[in-house]
Write a protein that binds this ligand. Structure first.
Ligand SMILES: CC(C)(COP(=O)(O)OP(=O)(O)OC[C@H]1O[C@@H](n2cnc3c(N)ncnc32)[C@H](O)[C@@H]1OP(=O)(O)O)[C@@H](O)C(=O)NCCC(=O)NCCS
Length: 318
């Protein structure tokens, strides 16, 4: 994982919009978030995370067979941030592309990577969830600006050796496009190209109907978890850790209750990073591994949801 240096806490936000540390903590569980510098773009943060992932996997960039970047805050509308990262890393001529699945992007990328490993085309795939939502929030809208932070989480998914305990067991991804307009950056694409008016009307920033998403998030993550558990004849009691998208502590707790998983098995770090979109799950996983919580052999279930509205789950043995 990698996050920008600058930290913005709830007290700092009190000086920007009409909010309070108490409201943010009680309603979301968040306290601080990392915010990228003006000079930092998604590929800069992703690059730092990628270097750490390569190092911990003991793999050189030249050995990568594919790079997938999941982001909604890419360096440019085109080319893909993955291609910029390919250059920064000095990777070979391999497929490098971005996917847009909102906060579910990292699980979508993992799901795609699994297919390319299983069909034998690739041996090592770098997947990265990176978002700098601070660049596209409306800093005068208290409904949204307090919720997000910046960061990246990078992962190498590799072909297993027969002796490996670790394995990618299963993953499920889905989308419900009927609610696409509940979470959207309205302008800047072909529907509403950038103009003086779109800038003046703040249409290049995040628009969200938080209340509606709240309920859908719990339902879709619960469904996604049950799909992979059922498909693998597993019971929630066999799961050692649950890592969900970190969008709101109340969503995480409600999902934990619905799934009937013990509270102490649910990984939460929302108070330190807020919602880093496609990066929340790999950041939470990295921290939990380094804190000695997740150990080799543990079964880890992950669940996500995001703009689209996308959702998904991932089951691994670490
Ligand atoms: C956004 C969210 C935190 C709002 O929490 P909530 O409990 O639903 O709060 P509401 O939207 O009902 O707002 C309650 C009140 O707090 C106010 N409020 C909203 N943001 C505030 C803030 N930052 N500080 C103080 N008050 C705030 C609202 O204006 C409203 O006031 P009113 O009752 O006078 O109209 C919550 O709905 C949420 O987390 N939704 C999911 C969002 C999400 O996951 N997004 C990412 C998807 S990947």
């Amino acid at each position: 994982m990698h996050v920008p240096e600058k930290i913005l806490n709830n007290y700092d936000l009190e000086k920007i919009v009409d909010t309070s540390d108490e409201w943010i903590k009680i309603r979301t569980g968040m306290f601080e978030r990392h915010i990228a510098a003006d000079s930092e773009a998604a590929s800069d943060i992703a690059y730092q995370a990628a270097l750490k992932a390569l190092d911990s996997a003991g793999i050189r960039a030249k050995e990568l067979d594919m790079i997938i970047v999941a982001s909604v805050t890419n360096d440019h509308a085109f080319p893909a941030t993955a291609c910029i990262l390919q250059k920064l890393l000095g990777a070979r001529e391999i497929p490098a592309f971005d996917i847009s699945a909102g906060c579910s992007g990292w699980i979508y990328a993992a799901n795609i990577a699994k297919q390319y490993i299983e069909n034998g085309i690739c041996s090592h795939i770098l997947i990265i969830g990176v978002d700098l939502l601070s660049k596209i929030v409306n800093w005068s809208d208290r409904n949204t600006c307090v919720l997000f932070g910046d960061g990246a989480g990078a992962t190498i998914i590799s072909k297993a050796e027969p002796s490996d305990i670790s394995c990618f067991i299963d993953s499920h991804i889905s989308s419900d496009g009927s609610s696409y307009d509940l979470l959207i950056q309205p302008a800047g694409g072909s529907r509403q190209p950038a103009s003086e008016k779109t800038v003046k009307d703040n249409l290049h920033t995040i628009y969200m109907e938080g209340n509606k998403i709240f309920k859908l998030a719990i339902r879709s993550m619960n469904d996604a978890c049950h799909i992979v558990l059922k498909r693998n004849n597993m019971d929630i009691r066999s799961i050692d850790w649950l890592i969900t998208h970190q969008a709101n502590l109340r969503i995480i707790e409600a999902l934990g209750k619905k799934l009937r998983i013990a509270e102490e098995k649910v990984i939460v770090n929302i108070e330190k990073y807020a919602n880093t979109s496609a990066a929340t799950i790999p950041i939470a996983m990295d921290e939990a591994i380094h804190l000695g919580k997740i150990r080799h052999g543990d079964l880890v279930l992950m669940a996500t949801f995001g703009a689209g509205l996308t959702s998904g789950s991932l089951l691994i043995r670490y």
